[in-house]
Design a protein around this ligand. Sequence first.
Ligand code: ZN
Length: 138
Amino acid sequence: MKSYRKELWFSTKQRRELINITPDVEEAVAQSGVKEGMVLVNAMHITASVFINDDESGLHQDFEKWLEGLAPEKPYSQYNHNTAEDNADAHLKRTIMGREVVVAITEGKLDFGPWEQIFYGEFDGKRKKRVLVKVIGE
Ligand code: ZN
């Protein structure tokens, strides 16, 4: 069995951003040489997510509105976590959007359903953060 590990680094300009990382994951799978196997992609921070959904801008605006409705960033004082930090909302958003995805690799390609794309969801950005890509198989 082969295994391959890669880190993807991000430093977003805004506090919250959704980034399509499908090409980066495809590149890691190609570099791994794995033709049949699995790839795990996970955020390595507790204020960011990796999830699969549609790359459609209206939907991305809907995610922002929905998450702000559930866990508004402000006022910071509404959260017990925000004593030394101001990112309680980001922890909550990350929890609902998920930590990781696993995608099957078939004949060297990501074996997606229709319209599936992999996203990095940043909820407390403007600093260096990373995603782990781990490929296993043969
Ligand atoms: Zn925090």
